[in-house]
Design a protein around this ligand. Structure first.
Ligand SMILES: *Cc1c(COP(=O)(O)O)cnc(C)c1O
Length: 416
């Protein structure tokens, strides 16, 4: 692909301009300009999000849902309005179906406990895939151990696609829930969620989607996907840490027992009996991360102002460009080459340990991830201890990719 083609393809998104919205991206590392290629782990925050959080702390902070004074009412309005922003972002209409959590991990644990303790019994099965992040494995494994249920695993092919035939076979009368990632954080594979949900629903099985790598990078339409739970983290959509979203269908949320008990999630408490609040409060015990929720709302507005379709297209171009350039390097293997793929490239270079690669790239200011990416079963599947991973976002440019490729080439020379 030459650069002219790419400019035409990239079209509506000017990454050079967008980069200027992110103060951290104009910093230098090791005397080299920062090339940030680890948005899969955490995205950077634009100035508007930082400003919104500061404004909250400076002028609006008070605890929510309890005060009758002006400041608390203002904080409550700001916090609650983010629920509508998230509902719009996911294209759902009932804001009570939007639950604030601490992040993806917390949200999956919430469902594993609240759904699990209510509906999963000895002899039941839970279906997950071989490409899950540890946070969509361990909570289910813990639940299975606790109640005597079994975890069933959808296998992945050599190029990194789920085996849908095997998935079909795994769905049975014993299956209580399917929990699957929207996009693999290692392989980049975009899973056919709509089709997978339809197959599960044909057997009345609910589906939870780990959207930690989905929501940041593409337009998510939950009315179209029709999954029962959809989860993502604030810090991967250019928002702050400490906040995440659990979307759940009202019917399930109402039938599930609460996860954590405490303030704000009750209707009445006596020593004999507690009655619980309606959703969403039922699942939001204690003082929530108010500032982070408000920051998340601002981050979503920022992404919407750029356009999720534009972001998705831009990342496709970056991924294709980077894949072609990296594949020219002899001895380099890309793990995960599914046709439906998001802006994540995991690779290995013969003779260079991924951690050494990560360190040498860092010397050039290039920030990538090296390790197992919290997905050890994926490493086991491809028989590697670790990979180096570059992940892209709306603020990455072709120039960033050129620097990555140059830096990989010089790292390789050091070891040959
Ligand atoms: C990052 C990530 C998680 C965990 O998110 P946290 O914000 O660390 O809780 C889960 N699943 C996937 C696919 C991820 O990329």
């Amino acid at each position: 692909m030459d650069k002219l083609d790419i400019e035409v393809l990239s079209g509506k998104l000017d990454a050079e301009l967008i980069k200027k919205d992110f103060p951290v991206l104009s910093n230098s590392v090791n005397n080299a300009p920062l090339v940030y290629l680890d948005s899969g782990a955490s995205a950077q925050m634009p100035q508007s999000v930082i400003d919104r959080i500061n404004h909250y702390h400076q002028y609006e902070h008070a605890n929510i849902h309890r005060g009758v004074y002006e400041l608390s009412e203002q904080a409550t309005i700001s916090y609650e309005s983010v629920r509508s922003t998230v509902a719009r972002f996911l294209n759902v209409t009932d804001t009570a179906e939007v639950i604030f959590t601490k992040g993806t991990t917390h949200a999956i644990n919430l469902v594993a406990h609240a759904f699990g303790r209510t509906f999963v019994r000895a002899g039941d099965e839970i279906v997950i895939s071989h490409m899950e992040h540890h946070s969509n494995i361990v909570p289910w494994q813990q639940l299975c151990e606790e109640v005597g249920a079994t975890l069933k695993i959808i296998p992945i092919s050599d190029i990194g696609e789920l085996d849908l035939e095997e998935y079909r076979r795994l769905l049975s009368d014993r299956t209580k829930i399917v929990a699957v990632t929207h996009v693999s954080n290692v392989l980049g594979t975009i899973n056919p969620i709509k089709e997978m949900v339809a197959l599960a629903h044909a057997k009345d099985i609910p589906v939870l989607v780990d959207g930690a790598q989905g929501a940041p990078h593409m337009k998510v339409d939950l009315q179209e996907l029709d999954c029962d739970f959809y989860i993502f983290s604030g810090h991967k959509v250019c928002g702050p840490t400490g906040i995440g979203i659990l979307y759940g269908k009202r019917d399930w949320l109402e039938r599930m027992n609460p996860y954590e008990g405490g303030g704000d999630m009750i209707l009445s408490v006596t020593f004999e009996k507690t009655t619980y609040a309606e959703i969403p409060a039922k699942f939001e015990a204690g003082t929530p991360p108010i500032a982070s929720a408000i920051g998340l709302g601002e981050a979503i507005k920022y992404l919407e102002s750029i356009g999720l379709e534009n972001i998705e297209n831009h990342e496709k171009v970056l991924t294709q460009y980077a894949t072609e350039a990296l594949s020219d390097i002899s001895g380099l293997t890309v793990y995960g080459t599914a046709p439906q793929k998001a802006g994540v490239i995991s690779f290995g270079v013969k003779g260079v340990h991924p951690h050494d690669m990560g360190t040498l790239l860092s010397d050039d200011g290039v920030a990538v991830r090296a390790g197992h990416h919290c997905a050890q079963p994926v490493m086991q599947r491809y028989k590697v201890p670790a990979t180096t991973r570059a992940s892209f976002y709306l603020y990455n440019t072709l120039d960033d990719i050129d620097k990555l490729v140059d830096s990989v080439r010089s790292a390789k020379k050091i070891f040959s």
